[in-house]
Design a binder for this molecule. Structure first.
Ligand code: CAA
Length: 291
């Protein structure tokens, strides 16, 4: 199936990155959110991130202009009904995602492929609540989307081969690499990454190291581009906790229990970069460890 128009639901961290890379690859984008402010912010951020690529000689000024020209925003979810592919990138809560699909389904043309950028929720369960489980897939991008090469493709139990092949082709047109993951809690990347981040928080909680020494150890000792606590702040501590809970509930193994210190940061509303504070305080000139 040929895909040309793409609807993206949610203009946050992931949604704006997804709109960015699809527009750059020549797709026509309809970006939807419930807040006009979020849409305006997303467009400004896409502009800035495209400019970053122009200044580093990765794309031309014409590419940037053309990409921006391919992105339209709307507060009306029903408008996405006419697109060939919908990518849901709303808040990582199952009830929110289900409510969005319920609102969208009556407006959706029969052939539209429906996907979710969920980082951990069961694709089979999300698909079963729609009218097209065979045309439903997990389409998981990594943050920052314009930079990260990988896209996880997750088939639900009912996903058909044509849908999988179509999305595989889309990933190729984006210039990215697809990894196929089976539909089990947190798929591949987060199944491995989140327990590592959670263990870093335990290492802090138990006083084995400070924020600075833990991050430095993994950067200089394991060649990770960011330390695990810095990365947790970058992803969002609420998202990290939500994924640990999915692993803990879904696999029923105590090795996935979320660290109480991670829960405490989330309860404080210290969610990382997006709220200005997490394992680091970002409100000054340079990030300062909070422990
Ligand atoms: N848009 C476009 N380009 C961007 C960008 C953005 N949002 N952010 C960074 N870049 C580009 C920069 O322009 C720069 O380009 P060049 O290589 O051409 O110079 C490059 O990315 C590196 O950026 P910086 O020099 O500013 O910063 P850096 O070297 O410190 O790298 C980083 C930043 C790419 C984020 C790097 O620190 C990194 O790879 N961190 C780990 C990220 C990671 O693990 N992501 C996965 C998170 S898990 C996930 O997403 C799954 C989930 O479900 C939770």
């Amino acid at each position: 199936m040929a895909v040309q128009t793409v609807g993206v639901i949610g203009a946050g961290q992931m949604g704006n990155g997804i709109a960015h890379v699809f527009a750059l690859a020549g797709y026509d984008i309809l970006l939807n959110d419930i807040s006009q402010e979020a849409l305006d912010k997303a467009l400004a951020l896409i502009d800035r991130n495209l400019e970053r690529q122009v200044s580093r000689g990765k794309i031309s000024a014409e590419d940037k202009k053309a990409a921006l020209g391919r992105i339209r925003t709307t507060l009306n979810l029903a408008e996405l009904g006419q697109t060939d592919l919908v990518i849901e990138a709303a808040t990582e809560r199952e009830t929110v995602k289900q409510a969005i699909f319920e609102d969208l389904l009556p407006h959706l043309k029969p052939n539209t492929i429906l996907t979710s950028n969920t980082s951990s929720i069961s694709i089979t369960r999300l698909a079963s609540r729609t009218d097209r489980p065979e045309k439903f897939m997990g389409f998981h991008f990594m943050n920052p989307v314009p930079v990260m090469q990988l896209v996880e493709l997750i088939r639900g139990i009912a996903t058909d081969e044509e849908t999988y092949k179509t999305l595989h082709e889309v990933v190729e047109r984006l210039g990215k690499t697809a990894a196929s993951a089976e539909d089990f809690p947190a798929f591949i990347v987060n199944r491995i990454l989140m327990p590592m981040i959670n263990e870093a928080v335990y290492t802090l909680y138990e006083g084995v190291g400070s924020v600075k020494s833990i991050d430095e150890s993994m950067k200089l000792g394991a060649n990770h581009p960011m330390g695990p606590l810095e990365l947790a702040d970058f992803i969002g501590l609420d998202t990290c906790l939500a994924i640990m809970n999915v692993l803990h509930d879904g696999l029923a193994d105590t090795k996935y229990r979320p660290c109480p210190l991670l829960t405490k940061y989330v309860e404080a509303g210290w969610l990382g970069r997006k709220t200005g504070r997490g394992f680091y305080d970002y409100r000054g000139e340079v990030p300062v460890p909070t422990r």
